[in-house]
Design a protein around this ligand. Sequence first.
Ligand SMILES: Cc1ncc(COP(=O)(O)O)c(C=O)c1O
Length: 401
Amino acid sequence: MTSPLSRRAAGMRRSDVRDLLRHAGEPDMISLAGGLPAASLFDLDGIRAATAAALEHSPAACLQYGMTEGQPALRTALVAHLADQGIAVDEAGLVVTAGSQQGLDLVARALLDEGDLAVVERPSYLAALQALGLNAPRFATIAVDAEGGCVDALDALPEAPRPKLVYVVANFANPSGATLSLQRRRRLVRWAARRQVFVLEDDPYGALRLRGAALPSLVELAREVPGAAQWCGYAATLSKVVAPGLRVGWLVLPPWLQEAVVRLKQAADLQTASFTQEVAARYLASGRLAGRLAGLRAEYGRRCDRLVAALQGAFGACLDVRAPDGGMFLWCRFTDGTDTRALLAHALRRRVMFVPGDCFFADDPDRSALRLNFSAADPDRLAEGVARLADAHRACRAGEP
Ligand SMILES: Cc1ncc(COP(=O)(O)O)c(C=O)c1O
C-alpha cells in the first residue's frame, strides 16, 4: 500500500532519547540517559502554594482561554526573571510557548522552506534536529570544541544561498556540555548582523551553572552591534529549573519574527495552557527560585563530580570525559573505537542506560561518543551504574553476544 502519510510525517525519525525513556522505569535500571531534572528536588511546597494562590486570586485567568502571546501575569514575571539574568526585554518582545521545544518548532517553521540552509552544531540537540528537520532544510554543521561552536567556520559558508537559521545552545550544550566563549559569542552576533541571518540561542541550562561566571546571552550582546538585534533571538524554559511538567517556555524575538511566530502558534495550539502559566507566574513572583537554584547547582555539581570520578577510575584513558561548567550532561568519547550503539545493547542487559552519541548529528555521526546524564540518577547509584557500564564495555570489546 502507498503510505497515506505526508512526506513530512513518513520521513521523520523517532527520538532515540524518548524511546529509551520507556526502559527507565524498569526494575533495577540505572538511567544515565534522559535529560530529566531530579524529581526529588522539585519544589513541591512552592508549586503547591503557587497553585493554591493562582486558583484563589485569579480563578478566571487560570481556567479561561488567554492570549496567544501568553498570560499578562507571566509575561510581567518573566520580564523581571530575565532582567535578573541581564536580559533587558519588555513584555511586547516575549511569546510564551509550550516548553522551549515549541519555541524551536515555531521559529523553524517561520523561517525555513524546504531546501533552505540551516546551521547547527555537531553534535546538536536531538529534538532541535527533529524540529528543524520537519521543514526539510539542508543542514550545514559547525564543529564544537572546548570553546563551544566553531563559529569562524560560518565565514566559509558561501554568500548565496544565505543560511536562514543558525541554532546554538551557548551554555552547557546538550549533548556536548560545551559553553560558547565570549569572544565567539561576539563574533557570532557580528556575523549575524553582517550576513543578515537569524541566530536562535536556546538556553534551557544557563541557570544551572556549576562553576565560573555567567556569560552574556547573544540577545544582550546584540545591543552593542548596530542592526544585530533584528537577527538574534532567545528561547528558554522553566523545565530544567522548576518543572518540565508545567510546559512553560518563552521566546524573545525581534518584532518581524514575533508576529509570524504568534500566527503559527495560533494555528498550532491557540495558546499555552493558562493554568500552568498562572502557576508559573505566581511561583516566579514568590521569589523562591533563587534559593532553589542554589540548591540545584550544589547538588548537580556533586553528582557531576561523582560521575566524572567514577568514569575516570573505571575507564582511564580509554574514555575521554569532558566535564562541563554546568547543565546536566557529560559528553564522552571512547578512544578505543568502541561503537556506543553496540555497547548500549550490552548496557541494557546489565540494567544501565545512556544515549549513544550518533543520534545527535545532522551529518557524519560520531559512533564512539555517548551522552551521560548526571542530574536524574540516584547519586548513590552512580558508581554502580559506571561499574555496570565498564562490564558492558568489556563484553562489547570481547565480542560477547
Ligand atoms: C537544548 C534543549 N532545548 C530545549 C529543550 C526542551 O525543553 P522544554 O520543551 O521542556 O522546555 C531541551 C530539553 O531537553 C534541551 O535540552
